[in-house]
Unconditional design. Structure first.
Length: 489
């Protein structure tokens, strides 16, 4: 308490301009970049900001840590300066700072600029903190739309980084700035904010919240095409508890996109599907994949994405329909152009060749072509999924099972990094199973099964959870621990 009192007295003896400069700096945390201070110094509200901080350096309150960064000498100084502001004044400081940064950014806010410019995120943070819990109507419509758009871009970037918590925070602020009239005044921004909310809540294992934002989109979307992305996310979210319903929903949408399928695949359907693929056989398929046009037809692209979403569920429920799906994905790719999702078509066909026709050599060859597609498009969000599938169902027939154990552990991490919680769980499950059959320690596998079961439960991956619990129970029985709680780590 004595130290706090001494510090408070020292702050109050500072010249008013110096103290105000420290208050501005405290709004950014314990440090701030000089470029940000230079932008603020260009306004009448924050003139002489940098020169005032020079006095604070002499007093030992802050320090210049390198050529471009100012920082408080200690965290307690930043905290004391920031908490000296009453809440209303604090919000006003954030508002003035945020508005000045937004003005500086106006005209330069492109996706490329957003990805490489920290000032953009500082501007968003300042305005969000200024308007948190208050009515943003004091801002004109143009500014509110700009802030909604900035929060949307920040949310989408957070999703790309699998940071669901930050994404949801930016969505909340974005919808706050869009307001009740968002659907009429900034339709595209509002649509994408709710799509981001669906995806972030899926990553956050919050199916009720996914449903809430999905219904908002269905009630306000102007076209069928505007509903497709939300439907894709909803299918993935609902599949955890109702695989058959998710598959049926996907086939309804595929039919609306012009890709119809029979409810039950007959032998004749399968023969026709295989025959259609043979039409695309060529001497150098790798060259064909690398040099063919890219898919630009929006409906065909969404069809590929939907088929990509449902193939894991068809693998469990209907292998015959999976053959039809793989044939259709390849047909679209060869006839209309390739996309990253084409890689799943190659894998699905390779899996069908091995599981249905026992043709390991040909299946292995088609799986390698899936990797060529990934190489062409450099698709990090899809790469773990494809590689996990190939390692589980194709490579196992040609390569030592021991090599797959390390691969699954690595691919589990890669899937988490891109937000693919479903296939992160699949990779974890495969990791313990392949570890068991390759001779890993039962005690080690038992611990890992328990940890993975908890992870699956927390991420709402229920169909994977049931398999892992059964596998865990078997391992415990082999260890002489039958009857123990499978979740006891």
């Amino acid at each position: 308490e004595n130290v706090a009192a001494i510090l408070r007295n020292k702050l109050l003896r500072l010249p008013i301009k110096v103290f105000e400069a420290l208050q501005v700096m405290s709004c950014f945390g314990v440090k701030v970049d000089q470029d940000v201070l230079s932008i603020l110094s260009g306004s009448d509200q924050f003139d002489n900001l940098i020169s005032s901080l020079g006095y604070a350096i002499q007093e030992g309150m802050i320090e210049k840590r390198n050529e471009t960064t100012y920082g408080f000498a200690h965290d307690t100084i930043q905290q004391a300066v920031y908490e000296y502001l009453p809440e209303a004044c604090m919000k006003e400081f954030h508002f003035k700072i945020g508005m000045q940064l937004v003005r500086a950014l106006r005209g330069f806010v492109t996706p490329e600029f957003l990805q490489c410019n920290s000032i953009t995120f500082l501007a968003i943070d300042q305005m969000n903190r200024a308007c948190d819990g208050t009515d943003p109507n004091r801002l004109d419509t143009r500014i509110k739309n700009t802030l909604a758009s900035l929060n949307l871009k920040a949310a989408e970037r957070a999703i790309d980084l699998a940071d669901a918590s930050s994404a949801l925070s930016h969505v909340r602020y974005g919808l706050q700035f869009a307001g009740d009239t968002g659907w009429s005044l900034c339709y595209e921004i509002c649509l994408r904010l709710h799509e981001a909310a669906c995806l972030a809540n899926y990553l956050n294992s919050s199916p009720d919240e996914v449903l809430k934002h999905f219904e908002e989109i269905i009630n306000h979307a102007r076209t069928f095409e505007d509903k497709i992305k939300a439907n894709c996310i909803m299918i993935k979210s609902s599949a955890s508890g109702n695989i058959k319903g998710a598959i049926n929903s996907a086939f309804i949408i595929l039919n609306q996109l012009g890709e119809s399928f029979p409810s039950v695949a007959t032998p004749e359907d399968i023969q026709n599907a295989i025959a259609s693929i043979r039409e695309f056989h060529c001497d150098d398929p790798k060259e064909k994949i690398m040099n063919s046009p890219e898919l630009t037809d929006t409906k065909k692209l969404w069809s590929l994405k939907l088929m990509d979403h449902i193939f894991p569920y068809l693998h469990m429920m209907s292998s015959n329909l999976l053959i039809l799906i793989s044939a259709r994905m390849l047909k679209i790719s060869f006839q209309h152009g390739f996309a990253p999702e084409s890689a799943l078509g190659f894998f699905c066909y390779s899996y069908s060749l091995i599981s249905t026709f026992n043709d390991i050599e040909e299946g292995y060859r088609w799986a390698k072509l899936a990797l060529v597609v990934l190489e062409r498009f450099n698709a990090p969000s899809l790469s773990p999924k494809v590689k996990i599938c190939i390692t589980m169902f194709v490579s196992i027939w040609k390569e030592p099972v021991q090599s797959s154990v390390v691969d699954f552990l690595r691919l589990h991490q890669e899937a988490l990094l891109v937000g693919d919680i479903e296939f992160a769980a699949v990779s974890s499950k495969a990791y313990t199973h392949h570890g068991f059959i390759s001779g890993s320690s039962l005690a080690t596998i038992e611990r890992e099964c328990a940890a993975i079961s908890l992870e699956m439960m927390q991420s709402n991956q229920m169909h994977g959870l049931f398999w892992c619990m059964n596998h865990h129970a078997m391992i415990m029985a082999l260890n002489g621990k039958q009857g123990r709680d499978p979740f006891a780590v």
